[in-house]
Design a protein around this ligand. Sequence first.
Ligand code: HEM
Length: 525
Amino acid sequence: RRLRSLFAAHGPRNGLRALPGPPSPSLLLGYAWQFWTTDPTELHEEWVGRYGRVLQYRIFGYNCLFTMDTKALGHILARDDVYQKPHQMRTFIAQMLGNDCHQNPAFGPMQIREFTDIFFTKASQVRTMKKPRLYTKTDIMVAVQLRDILSLEVARNRDVAKVDIYDWVHRMTLDAIGEAAFGYNLETLDLDSKPNELCEAHRLVSQSVTRMSLYPMLRFCFPALRILPEEQSRRFAHARGVMTCFVRQLIEDKRRELAEDTSSKLYRRKRGDFLTLVVEANMGTLLPEGEKLSDETIIDECTTFLTAGHETTAITLSWFMYCVAANPVVQEKLRSELFTIATEHPTIEQLLSLKYLDQVLREVTRLYPAIPSSLRMAMEDDLLPLEEPVRINGMKHDFVWVPKGTPIVMPNLAMNRDKALWGEDAFEFRPDRWDALPEAVSVIPGIWANNLTFMGGQHACLGFRYSLNQIKVAVFTLLRSFEFQLAVPVEDIGKSTTLLVRPMMLSNPEKGPQLQMLVRAYRQD
Ligand code: HEM
């Protein structure tokens, strides 16, 4: 009976349109332009206040479903066969960037479903990467390298150096992920080395994603426009070419070295990077012939690994530094805890035992998820169960009819700071909240720390432990050596509202992401 009334109210004929939601501002674009120019999370939060926790709105030609209902989100993440990462989105990004989507447009989180499917399902021996090394020699090495650079800067500037922390941690995480992905030192922290072509290419690719204009969207909607030349797409295609060449050469080198080495285990232990694991898996008899990976696939997945793992970690670490710089009491309390460890090179167990460090990191990732929202696409019709019934045409329904092809917007940030779940202080930075969390947040279906920063379900982030531990190592090393203070008023620091949320200066948006800080040496006495 319930189903019949649900169908009558907003069955397949009506699609999502029967659900409450804001009227579309444009027939063609829907809310696309608003999402481009303002913070989508703020818009979503405003709509939830007005229309309830399940709503629909239009973007391009699609009616999207947006929900902050925990039962619905749990269902979407659990049914990953029905709700998949949309290939349309991948195609869109690929086309925007002038990349032929049929040629494996390895691209950040949009493409990583394939990464997972291939590496963690087919290549069984590579599955061990599901538990990435918790923290590596490289992580501590790059943190110490950055500490030494900042020490020099402080000494050169007579005790107070003004530095762009975003830029430095960006370099640090790039060097770390370069080693993890390829076993290759990208040397971005090495001030004497020449600009590395892979770094330059990677920088160009990530800039293309964060500095997109409306024009690529129009090219996607109107294929005729694609015949006109477009600078961004051209530069992106060039950068992709450089990355492809570089990784292809690395694959060749590894293949040769592995073939020469009689004890490949020794070699692997020495190198232990992702690319070596994959190349080795591909060369041996472990993989059946039909399941061996082409060089193109390996290249795509490795560059995806680089993109998925680098920016996200750098951004999260930058926001961590912002939070401690803007909250001196937290910074001091954290530093005192870090000094309870007697060594400069802590073991992973020692790092994990630091309760306050963990609480601050949980709070930073809650308020500053690098990816503020994700997308899914319903691959078949489905009934979405709800915690709180929705009212349609005056009747209450505890299911929503989701037609095949519906895009679902996943509210990572909005859930992380939802006042209904976290309480009235949900928007505040308060690490102590982790001493006693509200019961309500236990139902958020995230993989870590009751939030959606790393998403949940089958396709939750694979690198989250690796990232968290890398951040802990860096914080451990930097905070024991320096005091950090914001170099500009806190009101001047804003968020760039593109695909990833980075810190920027509101008074100088043209410079792009940055986080200027004053750094002083910390003397324990
Ligand atoms: C603080 C750092 C990080 C954040 C905030 C983050 C966030 C996320 C999120 C939100 C997703 C899900 C995207 C979606 O469902 O649409 C995801 C997926 C993924 N992440 Fe991360 N990530 C981080 C670091 C890393 C690192 C270091 C790696 C690898 C070295 C990595 C590899 C992946 C992969 C492979 C997936 C796809 C999983 C799948 O589709 O099955 N991530 N990440």
